[in-house]
Design a protein around this ligand. Sequence first.
Ligand SMILES: [Zn+2]
Length: 295
Amino acid sequence: MSTRATSITPRVACIEAGGTKMVVSIGTTVAEIRDNRHVITTRDPSATTREIQEWFASQNTVGDIDAMGIASFGPLDNVDCRISAFSPKVEWRGWDWLPLASEFVPRDRVGFDTDTNGAAWAESLWGATASSAVSVYLTVGTGIGGGIISSGEILRGLTHSEMGHVMVRRHPEDSFAGACPVHGDCLEGLASGTAIEKRWGVPGTQLAPDHAAWVFESFYLSEMLATVAAIVAPERVILGGGVMDVPGLREESRRRYREAFVTSGHPAIEILAPALGHDSGLLGAFALGRARAQR
Ligand SMILES: [Zn+2]
């Protein structure tokens, strides 16, 4: 464990913890973190964290780590560095990241939050929302999540937000029951990658860009944009995540939002792609760790 005084440019060990892969890195700058990224396939918690531990231990710079940042899939516990006991990923329920982190840094040097809050923060520091006082990052992938940044900080209340589980109006031609195990037809239940696959019988990656699926998808995303705009009124909203790789989907969601809502008084928020690509979660972990080192 590092006992040296924190350097001016702290060296941060980063973990972006995802359901299918974990991305790890060590570095002092954004460029260094991106250059050193290493991907580990997510298996059961013990095997996965052992592999992460071994990778960190194999790095020449491991003795000079000032802090660790972990941006993890949720839901998370309200305290400590734990996955929630209600996580749909059954074997990860209640998983505590601290024993792994404590092998490398003291407990108060561990920054921890959701992967979406981390990504939202990273984009606001170095990416698409860098000049916004208030911004929102929405990720549409297997699930749907979001983070709010206000005056340079992640907005947190009793716990992290659960923006994927808001209720949206139904598309009049959509009879799909919904895929959320808790709510059925919340936003995630209607518009996540999981919902698309359940509704159409194949993953979204196998549906043509002019498939009816994307009419429903842009409808639901524009409903969500209206909700976000009404509650937060951010200057910019990032629409990221794997589902947003469909050509034209972001543009169509933006167009429908403007047509259905801005014309009746909703704010003309800017709707953007992530600027950090698939590194926003990893750089979120960097931001979370760096903040701990600089306290
Ligand atoms: Zn739900």
